[in-house]
Structure formats: structure tokens, C-alpha cells
Design a protein. Structure first.
Length: 249
């Protein structure tokens, strides 16, 4: 496999198909309202912060994308609000003309038929290289562990601390980051919040949402909180903050 990884600024022809790639994201993940502060303007405002990959064997067909956002930190502590917080702070910095002092990865998405073929580690490496090229000394990432959905009732603090016999993280996606040089810092307990009516949740998931209490939803890292009396359900997703220190030049 001969991947060609560039920025969207270098390959603007990918802008029209950037979000059309066949991926494995659950439908409810597309309903976080904070996401539009980045994704609705990514092609115009963040083209240097979006990476695209295609294969020389099928040029022009997107294999993977990766996104990151520069933001203004309030202190050295990584925010408990994770993904939502860095997008909001990045958007506010852009709107107000503020200087940004940190950069966060937002996602790496690999086309469904290329999952498990070694694309993800190369995209992590490319994000690190681009963040350093843009002048940052650290890339942080609110990582969504890819096996956590199999045990939604396990606290993320417990799950993130789990290791294999070789000392590497139990979770495969956390392992990719650690092998790339990342360090697990802390859990972001409310990294993404998705709220909707029960009808909306039924349309997003196919689940009945007919009883008050926690609801297990395929692909969710934690149970969704359902309130039948008040006709709403809320998903609060925990992520894991990982820090990648970068080498300049």
C-alpha cells in the first residue's frame, strides 16, 4: 500500500467528497451540535489542519482523513470537556482573532474497507508531523477508545488504565497512540454531549427508548440516559486525553 498523505490545502479537490467516505461512525455521533463550529467551515477555515490520504493504486479516491484544530488554552490542564471544549475554544479564537497556543486532534477516519490495514498509525504520524510543521511543540488528542463500546458500563478511568502483559494499553486505538509516542494523561469525562428527543434517538439508533433509565446503544462508550416523562435522552461520552510531544524540524 502506497499512501499519499497531504493537507486539504494541497489537495482541494478532496473537499467535495471529504465527508462522503464510507466509515464506521455510529449515526448518533453526527448529532453533536458543537461539531458544526469546526466541520461546517473546515474546508475554508482549516484546510491546513485537515489531512487527506489516497492510494496510488486508486488515485483520487479518499482512503482516510484526519482533522485537528488550534485553540486557546486557559491553563496547562487539559479540559474535562475534551472534544467539545477544544472545538468551542478554537472557534472562539478564530472569531475573536485570538492567538492559539495549543493544537488538538479531532478525528482520524479510515474508509471502512481499509480498516485494519495499517492506515491509522500512518495518519497519527502525519498529524504529528503537520502539527510540528505548523509550529506546535505538542499535539493533544481526546481519544475515543475503539473497544470501549463493548463494555459501556465500565468506568473510563478503569478502562483507560488497563494494560496488557507487555505494559501497553489494552485498547487497540490507545496502543496506536502510545506506540506513536503519545502519553495517556487523564480522562475527559464529558468530551462529547449529544441530546435529543426520544423520537430523534429512535431514528438515530433503531432502539425503542421506551423506558426511563440507562440505555445501551451500539457504538456508544457509555449508556445513554433516557427520561420518558420529559421526552429526552442524553449521551455524555468520555474520552482519554493523550499528549504527543513533538520534535521541531
Amino acid at each position: 500500500m502506497s499512501l499519499r498523505i497531504t493537507t486539504l490545502a494541497e489537495r482541494p479537490e478532496f473537499a467535495s467528497s471529504l465527508w462522503d467516505m464510507d466509515d464506521a461512525w455510529p449515526a448518533f455521533m453526527m448529532e453533536d451540535p458543537i461539531a458544526d463550529l469546526f466541520y461546517a467551515i473546515a474546508e475554508q477555515a482549516y484546510a491546513d489542519y485537515v489531512l487527506v490520504a489516497d492510494d496510488e493504486a486508486e488515485p483520487g479516491r479518499l482512503v482516510a482523513r484526519a482533522c485537528m484544530i488550534p485553540y486557546t488554552s486557559k491553563d496547562a490542564e487539559l479540559p474535562d470537556g475534551g472534544w467539545d471544549t477544544v472545538i468551542r475554544r478554537g472557534w472562539l479564537a478564530r472569531e475573536r482573532g485570538l492567538a492559539t497556543d495549543r493544537i488538538s486532534a479531532l478525528e482520524i477516519t479510515v474508509r471502512r474497507d481499509r480498516l485494519g490495514t495499517g492506515v491509522s498509525p500512518r495518519m497519527v504520524a502525519a498529524l504529528r508531523e503537520q502539527a510540528a510543521r505548523l509550529g506546535f511543540t505538542e499535539l493533544v488528542a481526546p481519544v475515543r477508545p475503539n473497544q470501549k463500546h463493548l463494555e459501556p458500563h465500565t468506568p473510563m478511568t478503569e478502562y483507560a488504565a488497563r494494560t496488557r502483559a507487555d505494559g501497553l494499553p489494552y485498547d487497540a486505538w490507545l496502543r496506536v497512540h502510545v506506540r506513536a509516542g503519545g502519553r495517556i494523561v487523564k480522562v475527559a469525562p464529558r468530551s462529547m454531549v449529544v441530546a435529543g428527543t426520544l423520537a430523534e434517538w429512535r431514528s438515530w439508533t433503531g432502539s425503542p427508548f421506551d423506558r426511563t433509565g440507562p440505555v445501551e446503544v451500539p457504538g456508544a462508550l457509555a449508556p445513554v440516559h433516557c427520561d420518558v416523562t420529559h421526552d429526552h435522552a442524553v449521551y455524555v461520552e468520555p474520552n482519554v486525553w493523550v499528549s504527543h510531544l513533538l520534535t521541531q524540524g
